[in-house]
Design a binder for this molecule. Sequence first.
Ligand code: ADP
Ligand code: TZP
Ligand code: MG
Length: 270
Amino acid sequence: MQKLQAIADLLTEVKTKKPLVHHLTNYVTVNDCANIVLALGGSPVMADDAAEVEEMVAIASALVLNIGTLNGRTIDSMFLAGKRANRLGIPVVLDPVGAGATTLRTATALRLVQEIELAVVRGNIAEITALAGGSAQTRGVDAAGPCADAPGIAAALAQKLGCVVAVTGAQDVVADGSRIGLIDNGHPILARVTGTGCMATSLVGCYAGVTRDYFRAAAAGIITMGLAGEKALAALAPDDGIGSFRVKLLDQIDRLTPEEFIQGGKYHEA
Ligand SMILES: Nc1ncnc2c1ncn2[C@@H]1O[C@H](COP(=O)(O)OP(=O)(O)O)[C@@H](O)[C@H]1O
Ligand SMILES: Cc1ncsc1CCOP(=O)(O)O
Ligand SMILES: [Mg+2]
């Protein structure tokens, strides 16, 4: 309970400090990521040209690198932005979208984790397994196979990279070198809307912009998404479908209070 309280406190921090979260992200879910950051209480900015990323990241509280629609131009920009963020002590959060699905995605994600000092990596089990050097079933950007040992894989990768690793799925895992947090919020319907993973990563970026405790920041972001998903589902009217769920998800992020966070958060440490 005390641990959940400390995680929930970050929601107030975000609303007070309004962190600017610089994204280099994909063109599928970019608008969802911008809106989710605003709904939580932060400020999003999306900028990916090499001529401006170093200047933009210098005024940001956190940097999100999302390789969902990577290309030669944006890959170069990600390294420029990431290295500048590292020099300035600005936390970098990576979403290795589709790592394991193609050689370009796997190789780029591996180069990013090797060359950029990351605060958090957040991905599904297929992506995190690919980063850990294993092979998992993927269907493009989605994990397609059963989850072997998510806590073990996350903890080993966190230790190897020296950063926080978050794996989402039916049960979410957050690991650093010594702790493993397990999160049982969420609902399978979240996987039926594109961008819920990307948005979870953007939420982690917001929280990482207000604390140096990136383990707590990652847990806060993942709990926020899971809890909002549960509340959005509960708020659906009988005739509502997946489109209404997507809208209600944003409503619930906007309305989430620290009290609801503590009441509904399903978090424990292994
Ligand atoms: N089967 C599930 N049960 C509950 N929550 C889920 C389930 N699958 C995904 N989620 C939630 O959906 C969000 C996106 O996770 P995920 O689908 O793993 O990411 P991605 O979209 O990057 O593959 C997370 O908040 C996660 O907890
Ligand atoms: C469908 C798709 N294709 C390239 S990026 C992207 C969005 C992936 O978003 P998420 O991983 O959050 O489902
Ligand atoms: Mg994803």
